[in-house]
Design a protein around this ligand. Sequence first.
Ligand code: GDD
Ligand code: MG
Length: 358
Amino acid sequence: MTEAILLVGGQGTRLRPLTINTPKPMLPVAGVPFTVHQITRARDAGVTRIILGTSYKAEVFKEFIDASDLGIEVVIATEPEALGTGGAIRFAAEHLTSGSDEPVLVFNGDVLSGLDIEGLVAHHQRTNSDVTIYLTPVEDPRAFGLVPTDQEGRVTAFLEKPTTPEEIVTNNINAGCYVFKRSVIDQIPAGRVVSVERETFPQLLAGGALVTGVVDPGYWLDLGTPLAFVQGSKDLVLGHAPSPAVPKTGDFLALEGARIDASANVHGGSVVGRHASIAGGAVVNGSVVFDNAVIHEGARISNSIIGDGAVIGAHAIIDGAVIGDGAVIGAHNELTDGARVWPGAQLGDTAIRFSSDR
Ligand code: GDD
Ligand code: MG
């Protein structure tokens, strides 16, 4: 039996306004809450019990898990206040049943990957590591944790979100999945905020622990920003990213009750949510249209997220934007390049042009 901890307590700040009502891992991606892709991948890799480390909007997870059967035992741990990544792992560990030498998987809750999970655990066991970290190479590592290793794969440093050029020592980053020896988790201080990246890993290295890195160059994406969120959804729908929870791969995915006019053009891995409607002549390319949204005739939507129940007016152009739940965008508006509209906001039919580089 393998146990895992899934960290899902972050506030998802970079995905606002979508995360005002819904925590990031519960946002729908390719037809199901994102967390379902991760839980079912772990299940298929032999994980039999998973602890969800929740904090922000914990009740949303609880309601969903109570109502679902994902074929794996899911336990919800809710921190009294956000304890940071390390504090959350320590807090969730109260629910583990594994023995002190047994391996425990830990996953960040916003990562989509093709990682060979069983292979990572096997490597951890074979090397008798204290911690094994999944690494992936990226072009620009600055937004992540940099993890240099020596020739034997031993981790030599852990540099979270480096700020100086001298710290950019590798392109291999912490890909957000670890195997811990249970006893190592038990050594994390309880009852206070701890960052596993800034405190636990540097301390383990300073104390001579065996921390091993495994580079896996397969599919990897952190869905923390709107553009990455849209990319992850597209990749799942198109079948480029692996998940047992995608209902059907293809050029687009229309969920139950979605209505798409015969003269609309929906493609590029788009998702049309439950009871959403796309009118004639509208184009939806590489976008995520949440449930109940209404897209009027001739609107053109690309690389964007349209919130639950939002309304997009006729001939509006939405490109690289995030439209909050229930927002109403009048006809002919142009919202591009990082524009974000808050839930319930209304923009009239006055052909506003708005873009932002954020
Ligand atoms: N329960 C709980 N409590 N979970 C938390 C907390 C907390 O206080 N803080 C963050 N988390 C969860 C988030 O929900 C997310 O799933 C995960 O921990 C990582 O937090 P992010 O906020 O997404 O961190 P990041 O993307 O900036 O950086 C992390 O991930 C990168 C890879 O995607 C770090 O682990 C980096 O080192 C890593 O490269
Ligand atoms: Mg992240």
